[in-house]
Design a protein around this ligand. Structure first.
Ligand SMILES: C[S@@+](CC[C@H](N)C(=O)[O-])C[C@H]1O[C@@H](n2cnc3c(N)ncnc32)[C@H](O)[C@@H]1O
Ligand SMILES: [Zn+2]
Length: 321
């Protein structure tokens, strides 16, 4: 187990940790919520930056929590860890008595390297394993294999096109459904990767594996990631204390677009069509956007940590009302 912790820590370097610390300013905070605790990299940096700050760490993945607990044990009761989806952030804050709000909230989205490197979780096309992809296997939600069994060809194509931006989505969906109809449904990561490479590949000379986009799309669908994210930004802002900062790190354009819009909407920008007599888009005037353009990792971080290459960070600060 010790070995596993070491491996996980070295594998998952927290992305844009310097930027996150300087925006959240733990030395000005009493309470921070890390909505995606993962292996605790960002949380560890916050706890080290100030001995007066405490952190509530949320993650829906019990394996990640087990490792984070070990890594953060030395901080004692300054860290409290909750197994939950961050869609429940308001309830988590309430149940832990966070009545004055959080002074900082961070979400570092997507999968952790622990998840990608755990064969049996079914996130990666590098192994042949059951096609699962649930970040919380206890949730009772559908696995990726079950999703591919249930959905229509059009629904599968739409998911792969919208969430994966894969232009061969229709052909991939057709082949998946043809296999299903032939009594050979896709049930493993290896089968899916082989099918996508045949349907979308151009002969194995691509820099990125042709299966990448389809795997990303299915993961987003299985975990309902984009719907949850929209609500999360609004909920997180609602529980920030005056002057508190929300930092969100995303890894693909769909997530970034959702975060950008939600932060703009909470900063008084109306998204209603110009002819509307009154605003119905839900715009509020609660925050100041701190990043007009998203921050991206420094070149040195991008070259050291491949996972950082697609990262974008946006932040906003709750107004003193
Ligand atoms: C990229 S990792 C976070 C890494 C962490 N910042 C670190 O430095 O170790 C993302 C984590 O967020 C968790 N996660 C993703 N979506 C979530 C959600 N909706 N609710 C709770 N946890 C979620 C995943 O299980 C994963 O462990
Ligand atoms: Zn409006």
């Amino acid at each position: 187990m010790k070995h596993e912790t070491d491996k996980a820590e070295t594998l998952h370097k927290p992305v844009m940790v310097i930027e996150a610390v300087s925006l959240i300013e733990p030395e000005r905070c009493a309470r921070i919520i890390d909505a995606t605790l993962g292996l605790g990299g960002h949380t560890e940096a916050f706890l080290e930056a100030s001995s007066d700050v405490s952190v509530i760490g949320i993650d829906q993945d019990k394996n990640a929590i087990e490792l984070a607990e070990k890594r953060l044990a030395r901080f004692g009761d300054r860290i409290r860890i909750v197994h939950s989806n961050f869609s429940e952030i308001k309830d988590v804050a309430k149940s832990l008595g966070l009545s004055g709000g959080a002074d900082g909230i961070i979400a570092d989205l997507g999968v952790s390297s622990l998840q990608l490197d755990s064969e049996e979780r079914g996130f990666s096309f590098r192994f042949d394993a059951p096609l699962d992809m649930r970040m919380d296997p206890d949730s009772g939600g559908e696995t990726a294999a079950e999703l591919l069994q249930r959905l229509t060809e059009k629904e599968i194509a739409d998911i792969i096109y919208l969430y994966g931006e894969e232009r061969h989505s229709r052909r991939i969906a057709r082949w998946i459904v043809e296999k299903r109809q032939a009594g050979e449904p896709i049930v493993t990561t290896g089968e899916l990767a082989a099918l996508v490479r045949r349907a979308a590949g151009r002969g194995g000379r691509e820099r990125v594996d042709p299966a990448t986009k389809t795997f990303q799309a299915l993961r987003i669908a299985v975990n309902n990631e984009l719907e949850i994210l929209k609500e999360f930004v609004t909920d997180a802002i609602s529980i920030l204390s005056p002057g508190g900062t929300l930092v969100i790190i995303t890894f693909h354009s769909l997530e970034d677009r959702i975060v950008k819009r939600a932060m703009q909407k909470a900063s008084g920008r109306c998204f209603c069509p110009p002819k509307f007599p009154k605003c119905v888009c839900g715009m509020t005037d609660e925050v100041k956007v701190l990043t007009r353009k998203p921050l991206i990792p420094k070149e040195s971080e991008q070259s050291e940590n491949p996972r950082a290459r697609s990262a974008k960070l946006r932040a906003c600060q709750k107004k003193n009302q």
